[in-house]
Design a binder for this molecule. Structure first.
Ligand SMILES: Cc1ncc(COP(=O)(O)O)c(C=O)c1O
Length: 378
């Protein structure tokens, strides 16, 4: 099946018992055991629930992995994945990564003796120099949040394989519709399904997909032991959202292209980060490994420009956290999504106060451009 069809019919397609076209919401905590020594498929919803299983099978099909797992948030998915490591282990993480991911590694896993080294994932020439016996994994996002740096997944996967490291890719920005990291050599894919996968800014969810049985067994154990599972209702909503992903991503892609070109021509804008530009340093790699550039654009307003006034005066575009919804959303990474990253690192990599991140929605693009024009000209 092609991906557009798989989005609708992948995983568990409808309900075999009743013929319902949607998987029912199994709103139950527990399941009848019946016979004393029966080996039932479901026992207790933390260990397994049919609605959650449907979204887990769906994401497995979409990412072409071995098994998938649904969590209560993207951060719960990341936390479960990082729980694969133990005291003394070190993880190489991209120096431009979602602030919450950096925070959980820097301030939480650090307490358990799991350490990290930052590296520049847009230029991996120095990556192998950072590997020693303590390093067990490489963690990347591509494109990076918020600076849209592109990492060559195949090249990093080769380094990971050669050194016996796990490659973990946060695929939130692209989704499997545009990019499938496991097919490019990654071992684990993580999603904040809160974003494009659900697509309507109405739930918080996270997904993990692994590429082999051993990792699957370990994540099953972690998921059941630590319990950060996705509820049946949110699993249902997520399946519903995923069905229209292709339509939405096509529109996000085409709208972002128009908006990026508009922004690039504005005198109030100093720089636009968008991998669809042919002169973006990662453009060729993006063309090779993905089927589009996605809907996120980051841009720097001129130094003398009042970025607070700009953000506050947008009307159609919502000034707020998150991304990937049908509505256009704009945020200020330095004080919002990436506030957990120390000031010096933020300055070094370019998350300055004049940087804003725009998640281009699926509205009529002329309305998005009109709103930006009005706010820029105030
Ligand atoms: C790239 C990326 N990964 C992970 C997360 C965390 O996901 P959640 O907010 O669903 O916990 C986010 C949230 O913004 C994100 O942008």
């Amino acid at each position: 099946m092609k991906i557009e069809s798989l989005l609708i019919h992948g995983g568990i397609d409808g309900d075999a018992r009743t013929g319902a076209v949607n998987v029912p919401i199994y709103q139950t905590s527990t399941f009848k055991k019946g016979k004393f020594d029966s080996d039932n498929a479901y026992e207790y919803s933390r260990s397994g629930n049919p609605t959650r299983e449907a979204v887990e099978k769906l994401i497995t099909d979409l990412e072409q992995g071995y098994a998938g797992f649904a969590f209560a948030s993207g951060m719960a998915a990341t936390t479960a994945t990082l729980s694969l490591f133990k005291t003394g282990d070190r993880i190489l993480i991209s120096n431009n990564i979602y602030g919450g991911t950096f925070r959980v590694i820097d301030k939480y896993f650090n307490n358990f003796g799991i350490h990290y080294t930052l590296f520049d994932s847009s230029d991996i020439t120095q990556l192998e120099n950072k590997i020693d016996d303590s390093v067990k994994a490489i963690f990347i996002e591509t494109p990076t949040n918020p600076l849209m740096g592109i990492t060559d997944i195949v090249a990093v996967a080769k380094i990971a394989k050669k050194n016996n490291l796990l490659l973990i890719v946060d695929n939130t920005f692209m989704t499997p519709y545009l990019q499938k990291p496991i097919t490019l050599g990654a071992d684990i894919v993580i999603h904040s399904a809160t974003k494009y996968l659900s697509g309507h800014s109405d739930l918080i969810a996270g997904l993990v997909v692994v590429n082999n049985k051993e990792l699957a067994e370990r994540i099953v154990f972690i998921q059941n032991s630590t319990g950060g599972i996705l509820s049946p209702f949110d699993s249902f909503l997520l399946i519903r959202g995923i069905k229209t992903l292709a339509l939405r991503m096509d529109r996000h892609n085409s709208n972002a292209k128009v908006v990026s070109e508009f922004l690039r021509d504005r005198k109030e804008v100093e720089k636009v980060y968008y991998p669809g530009f042919v002169d973006h340093p990662g453009h060729k790699i993006q063309e090779k490994q993905a089927n589009g550039y996605g809907g996120i654009i980051s841009f720097v307003l001129n130094k003398d420009y009042d970025y607070k006034k700009f953000l506050e005066s947008l009307e159609l575009i919502t000034f707020g956290e998150s991304l990937g919804g049908v509505e256009s959303l704009i945020c200020h990474p330095a004080t919002m999504t990436h506030a957990a990253i120390p000031y010096e690192i933020r300055q070094e990599i370019g998350i300055t106060d004049h940087l804003v991140r725009l998640s281009v929605g699926v509205e009529n693009v002329s309305d998005i451009v009109a709103d930006l024009t009005r706010a820029l000209e105030l």
